[in-house]
Design a protein around this ligand. Sequence first.
Ligand code: SME
Length: 154
Amino acid sequence: MTDYSLLARQLEALLDTRDWLTNTAQTCAFLMQEVGELNWAGFYLHRRPQTLVLGPFQGKPACNPIPFDKGVCGAAARRLATQRVDDVHAVADHIACDAASRSELVVPIVVDGRLWGVLDLDSPRPARFSADDQAGIERLVTTFVAASDLPSLN
Ligand code: SME
């Protein structure tokens, strides 16, 4: 089982600047290294109204942009709630960037009540993300937010 308390401490130590761009890049590289069975980890940023724009990521080139009314990322942005999908093939409007992806976890990043972006993790294993993984990744997003200056991007 992944030790998210340890990962939170390691991520806090890694994020030694307040710069949001540096910290997004470091965070997705860290997740790709430390969380097992991922094929994609990255940020989509709320840079345009009702639209997510691709930010720093690790994995194959990805879909861009994503409107709020499309896909799992769009649902997280719209609902301001984490989306945990065991089987992406069962989601009618899932956006398939990499055919290898089978399950997905998308955590919204909310600053002062406004959506700043989302963190998206994809796995080639169906049902890769448990409720414990969701809580752990949400904790890591909190660590990222606390470590970074996150100006409005739109
Ligand atoms: N599958 C996502 C799109 C982003 S990629 O997985 C990197 C979605 O349906 O929102």
